[in-house]
Design a protein around this ligand. Structure first.
Ligand code: NAP
Length: 294
């Protein structure tokens, strides 16, 4: 990889939650373009090829994705176009022009019966269109032979765009009571923590080591949506009661994994990155959200 002073990075999905988190945490020594879909639609292979050829990024961070999990059941083509075809376009351009691709994937690939945090050696079992399209995207990266890292993450939230934390804060102020699922387990991940970790990854010389490798990244700790909601309201000093409900009491088109907490130790050790507990990260996110709200 080029000297750190000269590293040029392309972030796709630049106006998404992770894109904005990358922008917030970007080290000054990187030269970064944040491309919104309107300027760089990665589903168009010619556009991607031309962009990468002309701008010659050393690193491409693919923070773009089709992320509407339930709507994906009705929009299969759109989900696969963004999460598989577009990823193949990026991987091919990365391989051809010598860029290192960092592709983001998801804990929703794991619908197996797990009862402890999931490491990179576990088999994926994607259920539903969104998960299947993300699994196809991972395969597209692997089959391209591009130098790449696939980083799977989980339960992203932040002060940016729409996400679970912001929904709970809004509903906690609007409603007299909240009902939140208490039998799905995972690891909430502050998108800003993921962004900081990704900058560490692209700074590491060994990141450019060749064939695609998979990493799991989440904050440490396992919880449920119910406990996560309680922690959000508590930190924001909102006293609205939160009642636990079970998955079958809140039917949605796409089934969610019962347990999809990720185990980020490989990432932490490889990139010497101190992963913190989700509660500490949440505390920062709530403070940052208050600042943005004014
Ligand atoms: N959010 C979570 O809880 C979660 C959990 C696990 C993994 N992930 C993964 O983490 C990554 C980042 O998620 P996020 O929360 O930042 O999602 P997000 O806020 O929905 O951002 C995705 C961005 O991708 C853009 N995009 C969609 N199709 C595109 C295309 N064809 N070309 C260029 N840009 C396109 C979207 O633009 P428009 O808004 O204009 O469509 C949006 O700005 C994704 O890979 C997601 O699968 C997310």
């Amino acid at each position: 990889m080029a000297d750190r002073q000269q590293i040029r990075v392309l972030v796709t999905g630049g106006t998404g939650q992770l894109g904005l988190s990358l922008k917030k945490t970007q080290p000054e020594s990187f030269s970064v373009s944040y491309a919104a879909k309107a300027t760089l639609n990665i589903e168009d292979s010619d556009t991607v090829e031309t962009y990468v050829k002309n701008n010659k990024p050393n690193v491409i961070i693919n923070a773009a994705a089709y992320t509407k999990v339930d709507l994906a059941e009705k929009e299969k083509d759109a989900a696969f176009a963004a999460n598989e075809k577009a990823v193949a376009n990026l991987a091919q351009a990365a391989k051809k022009h010598g860029a290192f691709l960092v592709h983001i994937s998801t804990d929703f690939l794991f619908h197996g019966s797990f009862n402890r945090p999931i490491d990179e050696n576990q088999m994926v079992q994607p259920i539903g269109i969104y998960a299947q399209s993300k699994a196809a995207g991972e395969r597209a990266v692997a089959e391209s032979g591009a130098p790449a890292a696939i980083v799977r993450t989980s339960w992203l939230y932040s002060e940016f765009n729409a996400n679970f934390m912001k929904t709970m804060l809004r509903l906690g102020r609007e409603k007299s009571e909240l009902r939140v699922i208490a039998d799905q387990h995972g690891s909430p991940t502050y998108a800003v923590d993921l962004a900081r970790a990704l900058w560490q990854l692209v700074s590491a010389p060994q990141a450019n080591a060749g064939t695609p490798e998979i990493f799991h990244f989440s904050n440490y700790g396992v919880t449920t949506w119910y406990d996560f909601a309680c922690a959000i309201l508590e930190l924001a000093a909102i006293e609205t009661p939160v009642l636990p409900i079970l998955t079958h009491e809140y039917p949605v088109p796409t089934p969610r994994p019962a347990y999809s907490a990720l185990w980020p130790r490989k990432f932490s050790e490889r990139f010497q990155w101190p992963v913190r507990h989700w509660r500490r990260a949440l505390s920062e996110a709530i403070s940052e959200h208050k600042i943005l709200e004014g």
